[in-house]
Structures are given as structure tokens and as C-alpha cells.
Design a binder for this molecule. Sequence first.
Ligand SMILES: NC(=O)c1ccc[n+]([C@@H]2O[C@H](COP(=O)([O-])OP(=O)(O)OC[C@H]3O[C@@H](n4cnc5c(N)ncnc54)[C@H](O)[C@@H]3O)[C@@H](O)[C@H]2O)c1
Length: 263
Amino acid sequence: MQRFKNKVCIISGGASGIGAKTAEMFAEEGGKVLIGDVDEKNGKNQTEKITEKYGNGTAIFFYLDVSNPNDCEKAVKKAVHEFGCVNYLLNSAIKMAPGMLKELSLENWNTMITIGLTGTFLMTQATGRWMIDNNIPGSIVTMSSIGGQQPYGMSGAYSTVKAAVIMLAEHFGIEWASHKIRVNAICPGHTETPLTSYLKDSDIKKQRSEITPLLRVAQPIDIANGILFLFSEEADYITATTLEIDGGLSKTVMNHLPGRKWK
Ligand SMILES: NC(=O)c1ccc[n+]([C@@H]2O[C@H](COP(=O)([O-])OP(=O)(O)OC[C@H]3O[C@@H](n4cnc5c(N)ncnc54)[C@H](O)[C@@H]3O)[C@@H](O)[C@H]2O)c1
């Protein structure tokens, strides 16, 4: 499929994990991608990998700290300068600062909020402003998490951020619908990336697979498939909503009720 021939995508957090896989798959379908990340080494490696496979001019790396409004604006300008347009944005950047709320330092709280929430706001605003000023329709996807719908251990700040970005995507989606800019969120379940290095522990991976209705943890390709769907014309009537890609995990709470059998 070449759904994104000559289309342009910015991916924040594109140096690693879900963002990196999406960048690759976007280029495979004919698109051009700006990989924006604070991790220059992995960002440049990923850019090289893509250009080697899909040709010069298919990917560029740009140093982007999503918590810096100037960086966000410059990233959009860079994409337009290099590729002539911006059609899509994926907000994938995250920095973890876990901890129980009782002990969580203000510094760790601020790290989560500044990169996860404010960064998503700034990058979406910068991209959408350019699209609106230039009358370009587009699609923006923000990475939330099933952790944004369910509390879980050590993730009071993360879950709060991931809940907030769902509402942020809904707001942007409604505000910008008349400009034909669609904005949606994705809630992955446990996905094997550098972020979830604990899945390298085969016992944890096995146990997590067993509690997932589809009996496996996700791979980045599973999430990237959903992101590219939301970018694509097939999702033309989908905005201000959330797509869960979790193998059914978040719908299993009733499995824990004693006295009810599923089989
Ligand atoms: N992996 C999972 O199980 C999972 C589950 C649910 C949601 N998610 C979400 O999906 C997204 C991607 O997760 P991942 O697993 O690919 O993570 P990852 O750690 O592999 O990638 C995150 C990237 O964000 C970059 N980053 C950190 N701070 C940044 C900043 N200030 N500006 C720009 N880039 C910055 C990192 O350098 C890294 O390249 C995240 O938003 C995460 O919360 C992941």
C-alpha cells in the first residue's frame, strides 16, 4: 500500500519504540518523515535506517524537546522547509518519572506533565496552526495509554497525564474539525519497547500475555497500524475519539469477579 505517497509526517519521540516503528512504516507507504526527539543518537540512527531503505529525502532528524515551544515551532518550519508541507503529526514523546503519589517529588511530577501533557499541547498547537494558516487538512494522533483510563501502581502522574491528553485530543478535534484537521488519541496496552524493558523478563512477559485476551503483549507494529489507520483516508470521519489497542486487556475487569465463569 502507498497510502501516504509524498505526504509529510512529524513524529515527536520518533527515535524509539512506537514512534520509530511508525516512522518506518510511514516511509514504507511512500511518506516523508521528520523524526523529532531529544535522543540524537537513536534519532539519527533511525533516520539513516529509513533513508537507506526507502531513499534519500524520506526521513530527517530534528532535535526536538517538546517541552520547548520554540523547538516545536522550529520542527514544523523544518518539515515545511525540507518537504514542503505537513500533513500528519504523531505525539509519541514521553519521559517516565514513576513513583507513588505520596512520595512523588515535584520535579518528577513536573517532568511528566511538562513532556507528556504540555509537550503534546505545544506540538499539536504548532502543527495545527501551520495547517490552518495554510489551509492544509490533516490528522494528528496523540499517544495516550490504557494507563490513562485505569489507575495502576507507581503511575499516578503518568496516568493523570495520559487521561489529560485524551481530553486534549478531543478538544483539538472539535475545535479544528471545521478545518478538516482530525485529532485522535490511542490507548495502547503493554507494548514491547525500550520504555517497557521489564518485558525482557520472560516471566513477566508470559504472565502479561496470559492475562491479555489475545494472549500476547503488543509489538510496536500493532500500535503503528492503528496510528496509520487514523492518519489515512479510511478514517476520514473519525475525530475527537480514542482507539484502544490493548488485545482486550482493559475490558477484563469483570474477569476478576468470583462466581462468574466465561468458559
Ligand atoms: N510501550 C508501552 O507499553 C506503551 C503503552 C501505552 C502507551 N505508550 C505511550 O506510547 C508512546 C511511545 O512509547 P514508547 O514505548 O515508544 O516509548 P520509548 O521510550 O521507546 O520512546 C519515547 C521517545 O520519546 C523521547 N523523548 C523523551 N523526552 C522527550 C522530549 N522532551 N522531547 C522529544 N522527545 C522526547 C525519547 O527520547 C524516546 O525516543 C508514549 O507516549 C507512551 O506513553 C506506550
